[in-house]
Design a protein around this ligand. Structure first.
Ligand code: SOE
Length: 387
């Protein structure tokens, strides 16, 4: 089969992660990189011997030999780049959040449907083997009825007022920062595992630093710790550092979650706990190969990832034998592998999050912002997602 030719838009942290993962997928060639920073584009492209390097993503869209694009730029650019790519007939993988407004996400979802191309929003964290195992345990009825869903997504890389990244700036990242950047992963995972949908919520957000010291030059995600205090500009901040959300999933299931980018020592801790009438499960992204199972009338257990011990439907998400850890990078490989396989198999049902799932997250985020603003519970509009 002829390899599928793909391009990466954006050369920051996510651009590199996508490029490395694409290189691990069978029958896909990394054919182009588009980045605004010429030196970063050259360096990334040279390292991976990518043939077409440009500072104008439209050069890629005009190239009929390129089949697909990955959009890994700051959030505010997702909409126009995705729209242009869809209209150029490319298959599109876009980083989350899909857009910065519900209206934009709705427009992209309908253009994608009209164009008949494959589309994916990168909620990759669903594809840790143990997250898939939790989903399959729930499907098999091992958890019983889900009563309570709780957890956190906590990081510390924006704790100090000297910490800066484009995500802090709402014109680049959108009106929500912490909830859109990491809270959305948690919500997506909670719905994916439980099969339930958030129906109503009450949110409280907090911006601890009303101003931050913005470096005079652009800073790579998570790389701010390497800067000295000398060349900063004091800049007002209008995006949240922390959020707490209490929610309902239908008539009986209840939950709560916090998302934080100011929790010292928590580097990238997504933790989720699901309590059912039969048993419980709990998982932490920083110990990805372990799954805790809790029992009322028996000893609790810690399962260690081993494909042969996973539920059959979770097995294809674990490529390595037990004792060989699989982590963050591997989740991208799992998404991209399924995305590219679906391009090669036109009738096949997609097995990855699509733009409609990105739209769902935008609706949840909208409800979070509205609830915080009005100090009130807000309903999350019900609609069909791909899950
Ligand atoms: C930064 O908070 C970030 O890179 C997010 O943007 C990713 O989606 C998350 O997976 C890790 O942290």
């Amino acid at each position: 089969m002829k390899p599928i030719r793909t391009a990466i838009f954006g050369t920051g942290f996510m651009g590199r992660v996508h490029l490395e993962a694409v290189r691990r997928v069978e029958s896909v060639d990394a054919a182009a990189i588009a980045g605004r920073n010429a030196e970063a584009t050259r360096r990334l492209g040279a390292g991976f011997a990518v043939p077409l390097l440009t500072n104008d993503y439209r050069d890629v869209l005009r190239d009929p030999t390129i089949d697909a694009v990955h959009i890994c730029t700051p959030n505010a650019q997702h909409f126009s780049m995705s729209k242009d790519a869809l209209l150029a007939g490319k298959h599109v993988i876009c980083e989350k959040p899909l857009t910065t407004t519900v209206a934009e996400a709705e427009e992209l979802t309908s253009i994608a449907a009209r164009q008949g191309v494959r589309n994916c929003v990168c909620h990759n964290l669903r594809y840790y083997p143990m997250v898939q195992q939790m989903r399959r345990l729930r499907e098999a009825g091992d958890l019983g009825e889900i009563l309570v869903v709780q957890g956190t997504y906590s990081q510390d890389w924006l704790l100090y007022d000297t910490d800066w990244n484009w995500r802090v700036d709402s014109t680049a990242g959108g009106p929500s920062r912490c909830m859109a950047d990491i809270g959305s992963h948690w919500f997506d995972m909670a719905e994916h595992i439980t099969g339930l949908r958030m129906t109503t919520l009450c949110a409280d957000l907090q911006t601890f630093h009303a101003t931050r010291k913005q470096p005079k030059h652009s800073v790579e995600t998570f790389a701010n710790k390497l800067l000295g205090p000398e060349d900063y500009i004091e800049t007002p901040v209008d995006t949240e550092d922390f959020g707490a959300v209490v929610f309902r999933m239908g008539a009986r299931t209840r939950g709560c979650v916090t998302a934080s980018q100011v929790s010292a020592g928590r580097k990238n801790r997504l933790s989720i706990e699901i309590y059912g009438t039969r048993s419980s499960v709990a998982w932490d992204q920083q110990r990805p190969d372990e799954l805790w199972a809790g029992h009322r009338d028996d000893g609790n257990q810690v399962f260690v990832k081993d494909p042969s011990l996973l539920k059959p439907a979770a097995r294809s998400y674990a490529d390595l034998p037990g004792g060989h850890s699989e982590g963050y990078d591997d989740t991208f490989k799992q998404v991209f592998r399924r995305f590219y396989a679906s391009i090669g198999t036109p009738g096949a049902a997609p097995e990855y999050p699509q733009f409609v799932d990105g739209l769902r997250q935008l609706k949840i985020l909208n409800a979070v912002l509205q609830s915080h603003r009005t100090h009130a519970w807000v309903d999350v509009p019900a609609f069909e997602t791909s899950k």
